[in-house]
Write a protein that binds this ligand. Structure first.
Ligand code: ADP
Ligand code: ADP
Length: 228
């Protein structure tokens, strides 16, 4: 479960400037669709609409055939996990940061999520394991370590739908490749919307959309788009 469908979606923030002019695509349950395109094309807007931070102005967005306007906000947010580009950590332990939003999360749940995000090794090298303060050290966490915390935090609620919004864009090439491998792992068998800047980071997507001037300008597999 977790099929996502955008149907002729129209959206504008300001009435006189349409950002999305009829965008349609489907992500079959468990598959990955990536959206690339120039900055300002409306890529992140797609994820905000899926979260229902805003409502579409035309068309609809459906999950498993149900219009998201008919789903209550809490279940919608529970069904969708998001790994953002920049992760802001609380001045608290790594475990608290992973368990954020779910203060009742057990140590076991946190450890499972940490393992899935492959930060277990990183955490156990710290003096007091999960009790380690992120606070001062948080400032010294590398971008890659922060993104692993973000992945673990997202996985804690085991969402069937995943949004990776430029999740590796801020990292250097080497770290990007490492984190990409973790993301490929966690997106396997989850319905995933990847928002990316570069085609090179979405090689494995089942379909890639090129968003331009408010419409899907091209779509296909990575190999198809490389021919353009
Ligand atoms: P992308 O992710 O492709 O870079 P965005 O979806 O963030 O693009 O933004 C699409 C367009 O909408 C941009 O021109 C941006 O300036 C505009 N925009 C984004 N957020 C808002 C907002 N809250 N109010 C008005 N305009 C916005
Ligand atoms: P919980 O799952 O405990 O209800 P939240 O309500 O804080 O946690 O967040 C629900 C989901 O929405 C999480 O995946 C979180 O990453 C995402 N989220 C919350 N706020 C934002 C935001 N401003 N931008 C993008 N994603 C957000």
């Amino acid at each position: 479960d977790g099929k996502v469908a955008f149907k002729d979606v129209i959206f504008s923030y300001d009435p006189d400037r349409e950002i999305l002019k009829g965008v349609s695509f489907e992500i079959p349950a468990g598959k990955t669709v990536a959206v690339v395109g120039p900055s300002g094309a409306g890529k992140s807007t797609l994820s905000r609409l899926l979260f229902r931070f805003y409502d579409v102005k035309g068309g609809s967005i459906e999950i498993d055939g149900q219009d998201i306007r008919e789903v209550n906000q809490a279940s919608l947010r529970k069904a969708i996990g998001m790994v953002p580009q920049d992760t802001v950590l609380f001045n608290d332990t790594v475990g608290y940061n992973i368990g954020y939003g779910r203060y009742g999360a057990s140590r076991e749940e946190i450890e499972d999520a940490a393992e899935a995000a492959q930060i277990a090794g990183f955490i156990s090298t710290l003096p007091k394991g999960y009790e380690t303060e992120v606070g001062e050290r948080g400032l010294k966490l590398s971008g890659g370590e922060k993104q692993r915390v973000a992945i673990a935090r997202t996985l804690l609620k085991a969402p069937p739908i995943l949004i990776l919004d430029e999740a590796t864009s801020a990292l250097d090439t080497h770290t990007e490749r490492e984190i990409q491998a973790s993301l490929d792992d966690v997106s396997k068998n989850r319905t995933t919307l990847v928002i990316a800047h570069r085609l090179s980071t979405v090689v494995g997507a089942d379909e890639i959309l090129v968003l331009k001037d408010g419409v899907v300008a091209e779509r296909g597999k990575h190999s198809d788009l490389m021919k353009l």
